[in-house]
Design a protein around this ligand. Structure first.
Ligand SMILES: CSC[C@H]1O[C@H](OP(=O)(O)O)[C@H](O)[C@@H]1O
Length: 369
């Protein structure tokens, strides 16, 4: 793996980048070029990944993060596993499945990882039973086309989520968001941030309040960065300030992303989302979840069945390169929490806005597919 650093113009206060929005990843010359999101906003470093193990490490280490971006990266990771295989054609499918199985262990909560890997395995199965079964190059080219389709589809899906959500926004509105569900969490545009970008493009003035989102600070480092680059009015908050801005009447809607929506409409999202939903309820503020269909998992009955990732203690006990807690302190560091469906005002998808009763309305989404 190599990297290609360049200074971040926004970090030096020189305003939006001349190259347009930063994309989380792209495929070029049989490599996955991945923006190392751990280094934002101060440094823009693209990693060149050439093996599925490097992709596993990038997902596990949150160099790439965000449910759709994780799924897209994993899809390309499977292609890297196929490119590496040079044995007899009969061994190609097992090699592909082995790469997919390894990538499936990188993080447990975002269902897009498993959804994307499932698509790649289905396509590999079909290719290996097809006319090019003995042609490794053709097999791998077909697999690359599937990964590229997943990547391109996500960009279109996010744009349509923005369009679905637009009627919920009005000029001058205050919107609070949590973590990063922007372009850096997806192929482009984002999910929760897609309507904000679209509204901005259409000349609507929104006031966005971005929770910093401890402990990994996706809100401060990524959402505030993205929105600032795009010229959107964004105010950074510590997570414990969300209640006060609601109390002051500055927020008229909360819009967040998600990592997995269960069949009953329970929502897994970044830790702190549940608290926001309770606060929103207490203040009579609508709480919206932006979710592509690829993040809705009808095979998971309810929120209690969603695996919640627990991450290293050091994310909590260290910050800015220094210890911020005593040595040996006990730490609880769940990366996600579950918001019960009764606190979710609506789920915004690329096929429109879905409301309770969610078990029925979500099932209809997929029935009409
Ligand atoms: C559009 S998915 C964004 C979703 O993913 C984030 O989690 P992480 O940064 O740990 O991958 C967070 O839950 C966001 O809402």
């Amino acid at each position: 793996m190599t990297s290609s650093p360049k200074p971040n113009p926004a970090a030096s206060g020189s305003g939006p980048s001349a190259d347009g929005p930063l994309l989380s990843l792209r495929w070029a010359e049989n490599k996955l070029l991945l923006l190392d999101q751990r280094l934002l906003p101060g440094e823009i470093v693209f990693l060149e990944l050439t093996t599925p193990e490097e992709v596993w490490d990038a997902i596990h280490g949150m160099k790439v993060r965000g449910a759709p971006a994780i799924g897209i990266a994993a899809a390309y990771g499977v292609v890297l596993g196929a490119l590496r295989y040079a044995g007899a054609p009969a061994g190609w499918l097992p090699a592909v499945n082995q790469a997919a199985a390894h990538l499936a262990t990188s993080r447990p909560t975002a269902v897009n990882l498993f959804w994307a890997l499932g698509r790649m395995k289905e396509r590999a199965e079909a290719l290996s039973a097809g006319p090019d079964a003995d042609n490794l190059a053709a097999l791998t080219q077909g697999l690359l086309e599937e990964a590229k389709s997943i990547h391109l589809e996500d960009e279109e899906v996010c744009r349509r989520i923005g369009e679905s959500a637009l009627p919920l926004l009005k000029d001058g509105m205050g919107v609070l968001t949590h973590c990063n569900a922007g372009g850096l969490a997806t192929a482009r545009y984002g999910t929760a941030l897609a309507p904000i970008y679209l509204a901005h493009e259409q000349g609507m003035t929104l006031r966005v309040y971005a929770d910093e989102t401890r402990p990994v600070l996706q809100g401060a480092r990524l959402t505030a960065f993205e929105l600032q680059q795009a010229g959107v009015d964004v105010t950074l908050l510590c997570d414990n300030m969300a209640g006060m801005v609601m109390q002051k009447g500055w927020v008229e809607a909360v819009i967040v992303g998600t990592d997995r929506v269960a069949a009953n409409g329970d929502v897994a999202n970044k830790i702190g989302t549940y608290s926001l939903a309770v606060l929103a309820k207490a203040h009579g503020i609508p709480f919206y979840v932006a979710s592509p269909l690829s993040t809705i998992d009808l095979d998971t009955e309810s929120g209690k069945d969603i695996p919640i990732e627990e991450r290293p203690d050091t994310e909590v006990t260290e910050a800015f390169g220094k210890r911020t807690a005593p040595e040996g302190i006990k730490v609880f560091n769940p990366s996600f929490d579950v918001t019960p469906n009764e606190l979710v005002t609506a789920i915004i998808t690329e096929k429109g806005i879905v409301r309770a009763p969610y078990r029925e309305s979500l099932a209809r989404l997929f029935a009409d597919k």
